[in-house]
Each structure stands twice: as C-alpha cells, then as structure tokens.
Ligand binder design. Structure first.
Ligand code: MSP
Length: 503
C-alpha cells in the first residue's frame, strides 16, 4: 500500500482581486503535491475558500446582495485562477458547504460539552479585515499589528475557548517535535511573543453580526470565523461524524503550508483545538514569506496590483510558476517585479532550458534522422554522466525539506552543465570529421540530460515538460528507474520559451 501525504493551503477569503502573492502559497503547495505523487505517495492536496465573517458580510452589504449570493458569485474567481495556474488540488472546500457547517457545529458542541468552551463576556479590540482579536499591548501605534489598519472596541456576550489551559502542553509539543514549525525564526517568534507571555482564552463566538455558522445551542451566536476556518482541515475528512477511511488515511496532515501572518493561528490556536479534541497534531506547519513589490505589500489601493492571469497570458503559466518557486528563498520575503520575471524567463527558461531542448532535438534530427540509441561509453563523459545520475537524489534531498527553489537550482545547474557539454564536445566538428559513433553518443547523452531533467521538472512546470516529452518522443515519465537507458526517436523541435524583449 502506498504511503499517504496530506498537504493543505490556507482557505482563501473570497476575492475578485487575488494578486500574485496569493498565488504563491498555492503554486508551492502544488509543486510539492505533484512531487510527492510522482514519488509514489497517495496525495491529498486541499485548498478552498473561507467564506464567513464580518468582512464578507460588510462587502455583501456594500454590493447590495446577501452574503451567500456574494460568495457564490465570487468563488469561481478562485477556481478559475487555480485552473489557469495548473493547480492540481484534490479537494476544494467551501466553508459554506453543508457538511462543513454541520461538522463545525458538532465540533463546537463537543468542546462545549468537554468544558473547553465556556460562556463569558468579551470586551476588547478587534480588527475586522484580519478577523483578529488584539490586546492593547499587542497594537503597533494603536493599529492592528498585522495590517496596520484601525481596530475597534467590541463588547459582547461570547463563548471562549480555554486556550490558556494548553500553553504548557503546546510548549512541550514544540520541544518534542523540533520540526513541527518551520522555519525556526517563526517558532521562536511564536514561543517568545505569544506563548511565553501567556496565552489568553480565545473568544470564539460573535453576536453583533449574522454571517457565520450558528452555535446550535445558543442561536444568537455565530462561531468565530477562525474556528470555522481552521477546522476545515478535518471536516473535509469527515470529522467528527464520519470518521472512516479518508480520515484515518490522511490525518494527521503532513504539511500545512501558510503565509507568515497566519502562522499564529496554525501553530497555536489550531494545535490547542486539536489537543482539546484529543486528535493528533499536524506533522508540520511551514510559514512562508511574502511576495512583495518594492519592499511593500501588493494591493489595489497601492496601485501595484495586476491580475495574475495577465502575467500568465503574457509570459506563460510556467514562467509565472517558475518565478514564484525559484526567486524567493523559501521562508523569506521576495521581491516581485515584471523585470525580474522577464530576467528569469529569458535567462533560465529561454537561454538554458529552451536552448538545450531545442539544440539537442535539432541535432538528433539533423545528424541521425531523429533516431538515437545508446552506444559504448566514453571515459571523458564520466563526470557529465555522474551529474545526471546523481541529480534525482539531490533533488529528493532538497524536496524532503521542501526547498523547492533549491531543487530547481540543482536541476538548472545540470541543464547549464549540459549546454556546456555541447560547447566542449562540438558535435558539428564531430560531424564534419565523420566521427559518427562519438557524435551519436554525445547526442544521446544530451537527450538523456533533457529527459532526466524534464522528468524532475514535471512538478514545477507541468505544461512545459509535457511539451518536451512530446518533442522527445518519451512516454515513460515516472520517477522510478529514472536513469534507465532508452532508445530515442524524437519529433520536430518547437520553441518552448521565446525571448521576451522588454518594452
Ligand atoms: N482565510 C485566511 C486563512 C484561513 S486558513 C484556515 C486567509 N486568507 S487570505 O486569502 O488572506 O490568504 C491566503 C494565503 O495567501 C495566506 O497564506 C497568505 O499568507 C497568502 N498571501 C497573501 N498575500 C501574500 C503575498 N503577498 N505573498 C505571499 N503570500 C501571501 O488568510
């Protein structure tokens, strides 16, 4: 039986204005999910939308429609964007799904019955855009520390979750599971800024607006949107009323991939809820950095917003995916600009990958009518061949710790090395000299390089590699036995990435 692997992205607030930064989490999650599938795992990759809360209620009011009408219309935008980015999710959850609603209510009832949720009165500060509660001390210049917008005072009867009860248990869990929260900087931030100063019980219901999941035993309350949202990771598996094969196979989740600003919800509140439910905790939470523009946020109001589909239309889906995966050191922030996207596309995709594929297939056609088979080995190829043979292990090693950029860097080193191999072996001179035996081996090695690199590139650039396999005439693109020798019968070459001329 194959091993399972559950990876999730956060569920997104429905929006008509998703930007390239929003795509970042999902592109990385997709590359990891695809890599794991090709490595033989039974993968469950989940994404979705987070549709309740005061923010959505306000937006719907402004648009003159009901919240449900508002989200129903806008939800297609997320699905369409993920489709245009070749996101291979297995399940898309909406928090307005009937099953989810019913299950969140059951979870809330369960926690109330066990005493982990109790009734009280909330008086404090709230940031509506972030749907976050704050204390005075946590504010920065009197504003929300996450988004720098105004917070407002709310005072209402509310239910609370006993977060404080789990602080010591959580610290012990961090201690015993050093890889639970990565990168380390985020873990230190959680421990020093949030857990050690003392966790306060969390307000988990609201009464001042309606757009949320009602508390079954006290209908004027709706469940706090983050409780509703976080539990999506288990309600989609059937918890608590249909705990069966799906739940047992995929829970605990292997990786929650989240942006750095929501690590606190995933690495503090979520584990405590799971402890209260007596469920195992996720194996890992990874808090990635942000894509920023000119050192700042991406947003419509700042005038630096462009619909990601425009970049895709202009440069191709894999240029956008490659940029997101390669440019930003995983875990840190990275600058996004169209110039940088063009530089990456021209430099790596057109000059290195596209050029190697094109010249290798062209030479196979020109010198051998497209048919090239493996002949005797030459000692001078030893170093080059060993680069090809060790690549899979190197990429595997990087992907084990989800260093997607590092994995791509290793593949592109070999592609660059392969272009250099052409310059070293000068096939056109071998042809002129009539040294066809050596020439065939050189072209064979190049086709092998293209084949091996493309197999490993599939998770990152699925549509480009599909084109390469067609040109290469290769049908077995599996990771297993990647270095096996095959005979090639290639097709006509086609340009994969045209050089972009900056206006
Ligand atoms: N709805 C919550 C998540 C609930 S999960 C139980 C939410 N949604 S969001 O739409 O605001 O953000 C979704 C993801 O997009 C988050 O991981 C967030 O970090 C990511 N990004 C939003 N802007 C980003 C950048 N500029 N760069 C990289 N990722 C960013 O939070």
């Amino acid at each position: 039986m194959s091993k399972s692997f559950y990876i999730s992205t956060p569920i997104y607030y429905p929006s008509a204005d998703f930007h390239i930064g929003h795509c970042y989490t999902t592109i990385i999650a997709d590359a990891i999910a695809r890599y794991k599938r090709l490595s033989g795992y039974d993968v469950y990759f989940q994404t979705g939308t987070d549709e309740h809360g005061q923010k959505i209620e306000n937006k719907a009011k402004d648009a003159g429609v009901t919240p449900k009408e508002y989200v129903d219309k806008i939800i297609e935008n997320a699905k369409d964007l993920w489709k245009s980015l070749d996101i291979s999710y297995d399940y898309f959850i909406r928090t307005t799904d009937e099953d989810h609603v019913k299950r969140v209510q059951k979870i809330f009832e369960k926690l109330y019955k066990s005493g982990d949720i109790y009734k009280g009165e909330y008086s404090g500060l709230y940031c509506t855009p972030c749907e976050s509660f704050w204390t005075e001390a946590q504010l920065v210049d009197g504003k929300c520390p996450d988004c720098s917008r105004d917070v407002h005072l709310i005072k209402e009867e509310a239910y609370f979750f006993k977060l404080s009860k789990y602080a010591d248990k959580l610290l012990k869990f961090y201690d015993e599971n050093p890889d639970f929260l990565l990168p380390l900087s985020r873990k230190n931030e959680m421990i020093n800024n949030f857990i050690k100063p003392g966790l306060q019980d969390l307000c988990v219901s609201r009464t001042s607006f309606d757009w949320g999941i009602p508390v079954t035993f006290d209908k004027k309350h709706v469940i706090y949107v983050w409780i509703d949202a976080l539990t999506n990771y288990i309600t989609s598996l059937g918890y608590p009323d249909e705990v069966g094969d799906k739940f047992n196979k995929y829970w605990p989740c292997d990786l929650h991939l989240v942006g750095k600003e929501i690590v606190r919800f995933h690495a503090i509140i979520w584990p405590c809820i799971l402890m209260a439910l007596n469920l195992p905790l996720p194996k890992q939470v990874f808090g990635h950095g942000w894509l920023i523009i000119d050192g700042g946020k991406i947003s419509k109001s700042l005038g630096n917003y462009k619909d990601p589909r425009e970049y895709i239309k202009q440069y191709g889906v894999d240029a956008v995916r490659y940029f997101a995966l390669r440019e930003v050191p995983f875990g840190s922030d990275g600058n996004f600009s169209e110039e940088a996207l063009i530089t990456r596309t021209n430099g790596d995709l057109a000059n290195v990958l596209g050029n190697l594929v094109n010249r290798s297939i062209s030479m196979a056609n020109k010198y051998f009518d497209g048919k090239v088979s493996n002949k005797k080995d030459y000692p001078e190829d030893k170093e080059f061949i060993s680069c090809l043979e060790s690549l899979k292990d190197e990429v595997d090693k990087k992907m084990k710790t989800y260093e997607v950029g590092g994995a791509l860097a290793s593949i592109f080193d070999v592609l660059r090395r392969s272009n250099k191999y052409v310059d070293e072996t000068t096939p056109w001179i071998l042809y002129k000299e009539g040294n066809l035996e050596r020439l065939e081996k050189v072209i064979y090695n190049l086709l092998e390089a293209v084949r091996i690199c493309s197999i490993l590139l599939q998770p990152f650039m699925p549509s480009t590699t599909e084109k390469i396999f067609k040109q290469l005439g290769v049908s077995d693109t599996s990771f297993a036995d990647i270095c096996k020798k095959i005979d090639f019968s290639v097709n006509k070459p086609e340009v994969l990435f045209a050089r972009i001329v900056e206006k």
